[in-house]
Design a protein around this ligand. Structure first.
Ligand SMILES: [Zn+2]
Ligand SMILES: [Zn+2]
Length: 222
C-alpha cells in the first residue's frame, strides 16, 4: 500500500513538474494550460465540445456539466462536489476558475473514487497521463520528463546547480556522479542494482539511471 501511494504521489509530481497539470477527462492526456486543453477539445470530434459551456451563458454550463459527467463517469454531480465555489447569489464565477475541473489532483481523486474507489485506479490514470507524454526519461531531482537523454543533459546545463552539474557528469569516475544522483533520489541504490553502462574510453554511461521506471523505483518522496 505504502509503495503504491509513493508511486502515485511521485507520478502526480512528475505530471505537474512536466507541464501536465491539466488532464483531458475524456482521454487522460495531460496539458500545460487551459487554452491548449480547450483547443484539444475543439479538435477531438468525439469529445463533444465538452468545454463549450465554460465561456458562455448559464444554460451552457448545465450542458458542460452533463458532458463532463459523462466523460468522467460521474453519475451524480452536486454543487458540493464542484472544484469551484459559487458566490452568494448563486451565479457562477468568471471563466478563469474552470480549469480546476481538469486539474490533475481533482481528476485523479474523483476518477479514482468514482469508478473503483481504490488508489490503484488513480495510479493507473496518472500512469496514463504520464505515458501519453511519450517521454522515457526524468530528472531525478525535479521530476521533469525528458524525451531523450540529450534533452535531460540540456535541462541540467540550464540549471547548473551542484546536483544538476553532478547528474550531467560524463566520465570515468563514478564517484563524481553517484553522490549527486543519490542526493537527487533521496536514496542510496546498491551499486549492483545500478544500470551503469560502459561508454567509450573507460567512461561510464549513466543514461539508464534516468529512465522513468528506474527513478520511480528508487526515488523517495518528501
Ligand atoms: Zn482528450
Ligand atoms: Zn532537474
Amino acid at each position: 500500500m505504502y509503495d503504491t501511494l509513493r508511486e502515485y504521489c511521485l507520478l502526480r509530481d512528475v505530471a505537474k513538474s512536466s507541464g501536465l497539470g491539466l488532464v483531458c477527462v475524456a482521454c487522460d492526456l495531460g496539458f500545460r494550460d487551459q487554452d491548449v486543453l480547450y483547443k484539444h477539445f475543439d479538435t477531438e470530434e468525439d469529445h463533444n465540445g465538452i468545454h463549450n459551456g465554460l465561456s458562455k451563458r448559464e444554460g451552457d454550463f448545465i450542458l458542460f456539466l452533463d458532458r463532463y459527467r459523462t466523460a468522467m463517469g460521474w453519475e451524480t454531480i452536486s454543487k458540493d462536489d464542484f472544484p469551484i465555489k459559487f458566490n452568494q447569489t448563486g451565479r457562477r464565477p468568471g471563466r478563469r476558475p474552470f480549469y480546476t475541473f481538469f486539474e490533475v489532483d481533482f481528476v485523479l481523486e474523483k476518477k479514482g473514487q468514482l469508478k473503483f474507489n481504490t488508489l490503484d485506479r488513480s495510479l493507473a490514470i496518472v500512469w496514463e497521463v504520464v505515458r501519453n507524454a511519450k517521454k522515457d526519461y526524468v530528472c531525478p531531482l525535479c521530476l521533469v520528463l525528458c524525451s531523450t537523454t540529450k534533452a535531460f543533459y540540456y535541462h541540467c546545463n540550464q540549471l547548473k546547480d551542484d546536483v544538476h552539474t553532478g547528474l550531467a557528469y560524463k566520465g570515468p569516475d563514478c564517484q563524481l556522479f553517484l553522490p549527486h544522483y543519490f542526493t537527487a533520489l533521496k536514496a542510496t541504490v546498491p551499486e549492483t542494482e545500478l544500470p551503469l553502462g560502459r561508454g567509450r574510453k573507460g567512461t561510464y554511461s549513466f543514461h539508464e539511471c534516468f529512465r522513468l521506471e528506474f527513478v520511480l523505483q528508487w526515488k523517495q518522496g518528501e
